[in-house]
Design a protein around this ligand. Structure first.
Ligand code: ADP
Ligand code: MG
Length: 887
């Protein structure tokens, strides 16, 4: 039967199934409706157009009478997960509509069983193992915003609010850090207004009715969820925006994935004030979790540090990179732990080995809470719990870590025992097919024995019936329609019975004889006949009922296990998080040893002193030993600003970013790529890059550059670290230099600012500033000149560059020799004549010089030793006039 019969016009040109479809679709207008029809999920109308375009599958259609044609695109249900993953990744929501029960009046009842949205995924195949999948709710007011985040695949649930000056920028950078998979916004704020404007470009948003965000509704929701009478314990008492964000999130989960609500009791509020601030531009520029050019993890800081053995450790690492701390004591605590593992290589190895068997216990704990574990996943939990004692044994030798993690490492022995006692070593996928271990239930074992016996008895029947009937070709078979049967071939049936048998049964041939012995004909096949007997059917029924009982019992026992594991889900989660932290510190220790990082000294000074600092990513991408390390000496009080001059490609940007990343690593509690490091806490890293190519935003790059620079001048503090890379490059030379200079002066003089600043520029003229500004230090990239060639040493040395080496770089880049020669000629003229009188190109040397040549000739002809000041002024005036008239 065709899948499409329902589309043939019925009354009024619309069939009942088409009406059913339209009814359901009306309730899910903003989702793609996957409508189950037999073995397919079909999509229709606009949904079909979208699905066909996104998945590159054929769009078919169907005439609907009256010239109406319904577009249709279908995917086989067994392959649906992959297609769904792709649609979700492209930002679609999917409502999955299944057939439920038996047909009513010839039509299958159908209902949407779940709505899959990017923020409510729990399927492993749809999730990235090493990143959280956050669903956010964002609410803004006149002077602040509240944000709640939940990852229902792990149970993480947090909320924060930002109020007061600069709240928009701070919330925007927090959202950039989190990069939610889906964000809920009040309907009234959804369109380009405050709320949606804060989200990163291309964010997936879901509009919700404003009433979902009301203070009263949210308070009720939150109190109900956490079974509390007051909000204080949750940290939400004085935080109405955070409360509204959290409450609205809960009501959305209640609609889309109610089973996920039970695991959210780890909720807490957090404050952005506890973490180093970085705006969106800085996060991208520092390439913390993805490489700017490729968008991949490879080539980012995360890539260098990513040696975690577990997915949950990987996710934690990613979060830590995004949230460096500000509190010296907390940072030291983290560093102590890393130090301990650096000092104990064998413990490091043992921990790494144990953790590599842990799997994703955190997501399993979340699935446990939602009671959606498969039998195999239960074993995954058991395997993870089994290694906890090994980890504990390792920690015995490590007093610092044991002190911090000892209590959290709960081996959940009863859970482990229950799983091991219930699930066999290689379980079937479904309850009923063998997911309960022998010995778990006497009743089950007996039923299995019975069904086994019966099966065997039936198998044995073939032999005994052959003997009893004397029919050697008799066979026992099975099919889904008839169950068990005897099969006898046509020639054997037609064979005549012998004298004795005929006497006894009156049968002339074997077929008749079998009937006289109780065989009932059931089916005629091409080459024989199928029979059943009462005895065979009787045994078959025993087998069937035993199997049904087995299935029911396995279901029940498995459900009991799931309930038991669910009851311990919170403990499993704590263990998982503890393993994640151990994984993280173990990783940081391994990376520190492998890359020769040192423990930084972090204090509350405004100093920044680094010896042999390297850019952690660039270093790793080069052959070992080729990266040239450099120092940084910012004491804060006497050296505040470094002006780093040097030609393009000399290594300025690399140096700046290396210093910034070292600071960030220190404050996240990692060892750093240097031989010695003292870092006075940095409250905020600003990075600004001149004239980046920002084609996507459509804004003038120079405008962007200046807007970003303005925000540094407004927001930096004496604790900040400011990285300015080629600011002013996006406009003409003098403009650019003027702006750069004014910015430096302001950062230097304004008491409110005075951040530690590294300013890289190829304007070598800016080195003059060292003379006039007290806390400015000149440094330059060392360059070796050999004739007209230059070699970049990538070494930072004291002093300013005396020129830009642009032509050398042009030469290095392969600009043809005549052009390079000519450029040198022009440069020389510019430098000696101060900007005019460039000699004409050699090929047209016969033509007189351009406009102003006569003015220059006259200037050169003046004898200054005999000219009075008055004469000089008059001459200059006359020459100027001539130039203005365009001589
Ligand atoms: P600039 O900003 O001065 O134009 P970059 O920082 O972009 O220069 O560096 C250019 C290239 O030089 C880098 O891609 C890298 O390959 C190399 N480089 C930079 N710094 C170093 C270093 N310290 N040691 C070795 N190679 C370096
Ligand atoms: Mg550069």
């Amino acid at each position: 039967m065709s899948q499409l019969t329902f589309l043939e016009g019925g009354d009024q040109g619309t069939s009942p199934v088409r009406r059913q479809y339209l009814d359901i679709k009306r309730r899910y207008p903003d989702s793609l409706l996957f409508f189950r029809l037999g073995d397919f999920y079909e999509t229709f109308d606009d949904d079909a157009r979208v699905v066909s375009a996104e998945l590159d599958i054929v769009l078919t259609g169907r005439e609907m009478g009256k010239g109406e044609r319904i577009p249709l695109a279908g995917i086989p249900y067994h392959a649906a997960e992959g297609y769904i993953a792709r649609l979700i990744a492209r930002g679609h929501k999917i409502a999955v509509c299944e057939q439920l029960g038996a047909p009513v009046k010839g039509i299958m009842p159908r209902e949407v069983v779940r709505v899959i949205t990017p923020g409510t995924l729990i399927e492993d195949s749809l999730l990235s193992p090493r990143a959280n999948n956050f669903l956010a709710s964002l609410i803004t007011s006149e002077d602040g915003a509240g944000l709640a985040l939940v990852d229902i695949s792990t149970g993480d649930f947090v909320a924060t609010e930002v109020v007061g000056e600069g709240w928009q920028a701070r919330m925007a950078s927090e959202l950039e850090r989190v990069s939610p998979a889906e964000s809920l916004l009040p309907q009234s704020q959804a369109n380009g207004s405050a709320g949606s404007g804060l989200l990163p470009q291309g964010s997936f948003t879901t509009r919700r009715d404003d009433s979902q965000f009301s203070q009263a509704a949210c308070e009720r929701m939150v109190k109900e969820q956490f079974r509390v009478a007051a909000l204080d314990g949750l940290g939400l008492a004085g935080a109405p925006l955070a409360l509204r964000a959290a409450g609205s999130l809960l009501s959305y989960i209640r609609e889309t994935r109610p089973a996920a609500l039970g695991q959210l009791d780890g909720f807490h509020t957090y404050s952005l004030d506890g973490f180093m601030q970085m705006d969106a531009a800085a996060r991208r520029h520092l390439e913390l979790t993805s490489n700017g050019a490729t968008g991949m993890v490879e080539g980012s800081l995360l890539w260098v540090l990513e040696r975690t053995r577990t997915p949950m450790g990987g996710r934690l690492l990613r979060r830590r990179i995004g949230q460096p701390l500000l509190d010296v004591a907390a940072i030291d605590d983290r560093l102590d732990v890393v130090q301990e593992l650096v000092d104990h290589p064998s413990a490091r190895g043992a921990l790494g080995d144990a953790l590599s068997r842990a799997g994703d216990l955190e997501r399993l704990a979340s699935r446990a809470a939602q009671q959606v574990l498969t039998p195999r996943e239960c074993l995954g939990i058991a395997r993870a719990l089994e290694l906890v004692p090994d980890v504990q044994a390792t920690l015995q030798g490590l007093p610092v870590i044991l002190g911090q993690e000892g209590n959290n490492l709960d081996p959940c022995a009863e859970v482990l025992e229950s799983i091991n006692a219930t699930i066999p070593d290689s379980p079937a996928a479904q309850p009923g097919d063998g997911v309960i271990r022998e010995g778990r239930s006497q009743e089950l074992d007996e039923l299995r024995a019975l069904s086994g016996d019966t099966r065997q008895w039936i198998a044995g029947l073939e032999r005994s019936e052959k003997e009893r009937t004397g029919v050697r070709s008799l066979k026992i078979g099975y099919n889904r329609v008839f169950g068990y049967y005897f099969e006898v071939s046509r020639p054997a049936l037609d064979a005549l019975t012998d004298e004795f048998a005929r006497q006894k049964t009156g049968a002339n041939n074997v077929g008749e004889m079998l009937e006289s012995m109780g065989y009932q004909r059931k089916q005629t096949i091409a080459n024989g006949e199928r029979f059943i007997t009462a005895q065979l059917k009787d045994q078959e029924m025993r087998l069937q009922s035993a199997q049904e009982e087995i299935q029911a019992l396995e279901r029940q026992l498995f459900a009991e296990l799931l309930a038991e594991v669910a009851a311990s889900a919170a403990r499993l989660r704590r263990t998982a998080q503890s393993l994640a932290r151990l994984d993280l510190v173990n990783t940081l220790a391994e990376v520190a040893v492998a890359n020769r990082y040192v423990r930084p000294v972090v204090d509350t000074s405004t100093g920044l002193v680094l010896r042999d600092c390297r850019h952690p990513v660039v270093e790793r991408m080069m052959p070992a030993g080729e990266f040239v390390p450099n120092d940084c000496d910012l004491s804060g009080s006497d050296a505040q600003i470094v002006i780093l001059t040097g030609p393009n490609m000399a290594g300025k940007s690399t140096y700046l970013l290396g210093v910034a990343l070292t600071v960030l690593m220190a404050q996240m509690g990692s060892f750093v790529p240097a031989s010695e490091a003292r870092v006075g806490i940095v409250d905020r890293i600003f990075t600004r890059v001149g004239a980046q190519h920002d084609v996507t935003s459509g804004k003038s790059t120079f405008l962007v550059e200046m807007a970003e620079t303005a925000s540094v001048l407004r927001n930096a503090t004496p604790r900040s670290l400011v990285i300015l890379d080629e600011i002013g490059r996006g406009t003409s030379t003098y403009d650019g230099m003027a702006i750069a200079r004014a910015v430096i002066e302001q950062l230097h003089d304004e008491a409110r600012l005075r951040p530690r600043t590294l300013f890289a520029t190829h304007f070598h003229e800016l080195a003059e500033l060292e003379g006039s500004l007290e806390r400015v230090r000149n440094q330059r990239m060392d360059v070796l000149e050999e004739g007209t060639q230059v070699v970049f040493l990538h070494r930072v040395v004291a002093g300013g560059a005396d020129r830009s080496y642009g032509i050398h770089v042009a030469q290095l880049a392969g600009v043809p020799a005549p052009v390079v020669r000519r450029a040198r000629e022009i440069l020389l003229a510019l430098e000696t004549n101060g900007g005019s009188g460039v000699p004409a190109a050699s090929r047209d040397q016969s033509t007189p010089g351009g406009p102003g040549q006569d003015v220059l000739d006259e200037l050169l002809a003046m004898d200054l030793s005999t000219t009075t000041p008055m004469q000089a002024i008059t001459t200059l005036h006359r020459l100027q006039e001539r130039l203005r008239k365009g001589a």
